[in-house]
Design a protein around this ligand. Structure first.
Ligand code: HEC
Length: 113
């Protein structure tokens, strides 16, 4: 093969690699600190309610994925105040500010069931 041709092809591949790594970096940067914060908060519910609030089949813990945000917020506040008796949620809910509860509720409400 013509050496000039090969060099051009190599340069072309290098340019594609550079561009794709730039694109990857741009994508990685689109996850903001705030989004990470929201995901971390929501992840604290995953042990019992499942990843993204989707409980595993036959789980005794309810799925919270796709529940209306207003309902989740209301229940969390009721657990927190003791108005709704529970086995664990009344203790857990106390660990979150009202603002964090709204953030978490919006996160799960936006998840598809
Ligand atoms: C240690 C396990 C555990 C964790 C962690 C947990 N939950 Fe729960 N959750 C439960 C259980 C068990 C119930 C049923 C009520 C009870 O007995 O506490 C429940 C009930 C609920 C309900 C009421 C559902 C309904 O149908 O009315 C909501 C809303 C809820 N949890 C939200 C959350 C959120 C939001 C988080 C994270 C901040 C969370 N839970 C973390 C175990 C857990």
């Amino acid at each position: 093969m013509n050496p000039i041709h090969t060099t051009t092809r190599l340069l072309g591949s290098a340019a594609v690699l550079c561009l794709s790594s730039l694109a990857w970096q741009a994508q990685a940067q689109t996850v903001t600190a705030n989004e990470l914060n929201v995901r971390s908060l929501a992840a604290t519910c995953a042990n019992c309610h499942g990843t993204d609030g989707r409980a595993v089949t036959n789980s005794t813990v309810p799925s919270i994925a796709g529940m209306p945000a207003a309902y989740i917020t209301e229940q969390m506040k009721a657990f927190k105040s003791g108005a709704r008796p529970a086995t664990v949620m009344h203790q857990l809910a106390k660990g979150y500010t009202d603002e964090q509860i709204v953030t978490i509720a919006n996160y799960f409400a936006a998840v598809k069931r």
